[in-house]
Design a protein around this ligand. Structure first.
Ligand SMILES: *Cc1c(COP(=O)(O)O)cnc(C)c1O
Length: 372
């Protein structure tokens, strides 16, 4: 394959360059799957789900087709459905709320903290009703939510916590990795996530062996044996090619996280004298910066200035979920979640990935500081 043409444009993500740095390992991994014709589920999925669960320090991993189906699967395996409520945050990717709604349960939102933009434990407690059957904190951008308080509140009410860790591969809180706090945790391996497949993939992690068994069966048509279907299931299987690519990439994850940490510190230092707010990392937390998200009241202007300087940026996410037309039947209105709504107008995601050169970060910071 010819190398990609050099460009002065700084993309928000550069998956081809990542691939070129580990091409031999990835190509070899994919060839082994093709040779074994192990495409849907199978030994490569078994291996990867064990490796990733072990990396996170959790007992069981159930590989699935995406981060979205991972959430739906765990909620269904917990017996959640019509008449139930599940609490989450409004400033997440729509998949969190969508998966709740697809079980038949009602998504209930609670506002977030001003510093990390993660679930506010006080707002969570106020949102609990007798119908609340699960709580899904989202580790937004790669910073773990306030898991001590959230798990205390959930425990007091006997409600299971499911972590949406789609943006938090390897992220730590008091030396435990994301995924170790709730009854289960879901991850996405969408190509743009820190650990990304060559297509869609996801996983659920849990230390509960019975829950893992139910999810493994339900993700594969409720099979208990080749022709026996005890549970009503789905086709939520992970593909063998995705699993093999992910196993190869997992060996590089810690190196990539280290690089991201250095890059986030460089951004923070270069932007420290400006009016731009850089991401907060709370005591005892290890932020992995799936997205490097700054805040400014002049966000739209900054985005345009970056674009004119050939620098891509993103917004995760400009419209909070409770104001999306798809959820208009829930009856929320602007003003219901002021912290999340204000943030939606101020957040801007800058390029960050292990292959991004320091000079590029300096260029991004220069454009931003001269614009404000
Ligand atoms: C990406 C993402 C998902 C969905 O994952 P997919 O693999 O794209 O289905 C869910 N929740 C959050 C917070 C995400 O960032």
């Amino acid at each position: 394959m010819p190398p990609k043409q050099p460009t002065t444009r700084i993309p928000i993500l550069d998956l081809y360059t990542q691939y070129s740095t580990i091409k031999a390992e990835i190509d070899e991994a994919m060839e082994r799957v093709v040779r074994a014709s192990a495409f849907a589920g199978g030994p490569f999925v078994d291996t990867f789900q064990e490796e990733f669960a072990a990396y996170c320090g959790i007992g069981h991993g159930v590989g699935v087709s995406s981060g979205t189906t991972a959430i739906e699967l765990v909620l269904k395996a917990l017996g959640i459905g019509a008449g139930d409520e599940v609490i989450t945050v409004p400033n997440t990717f729509i998949a969190t709320a969508e998966s709740i709604a697809h079980t038949g349960a009602t998504p209930v939102f609670a506002d977030v903290l001003e510093n990390t933009l993660n679930l506010d434990p006080e707002k969570l407690e106020a949102a609990i009703t007798p119908r609340t059957k699960a709580i899904i904190p989202v580790h937004l951008y790669g910073h773990i939510a306030e898991m001590d308080s959230i798990c205390d509140i959930a425990g007091k009410h006997g409600i299971p916590v499911v972590e949406d860790a789609a943006q938090a591969h390897g992220s730590k809180y008091h030396d435990r990795r994301a995924g170790a706090f709730g009854v289960a945790a879901t991850f996405s391996f969408y190509p743009g996530k820190i650990l990304g497949a060559f297509g869609d993939a996801g996983i659920v992690l849990t230390n509960d062996g019975d829950l893992a068994w139910r999810m493994r069966s339900m993700a594969n048509h409720g099979r208990t044996d080749h022709h026996d279907h005890e549970l009503l299931g789905y086709n939520f299987r992970m593909g063998g090619l995705q699993a093999a690519v992910l196993s190869a990439k997992l060996r590089h994850l810690d190196g990539w996280l280290k690089k991201r940490k250095e890059q986030s510190r460089l951004y923070a230092r270069l932007l420290s004298d400006s009016s731009i707010r850089t991401p907060v990392e709370l005591e005892g937390c290890d932020h992995v910066h799936t997205y490097y998200v700054i805040r400014s009241e002049r966000r739209d202007q900054l985005k345009q200035t970056l674009n004119e300087a050939d620098i891509e940026s993103g917004i995760h996410y400009p419209i909070p979920v409770h104001l999306q037309p798809a959820f208009s039947d829930l009856g929320y209105s602007p003003g219901d979640f002021p912290v999340a709504e204000r943030a939606a107008g101020e957040i801007l995601s800058l390029p960050i990935y292990a292959e991004l050169a320091d000079e590029h970060i300096e260029r991004v910071a220069r454009v931003l500081t001269s614009a404000v």
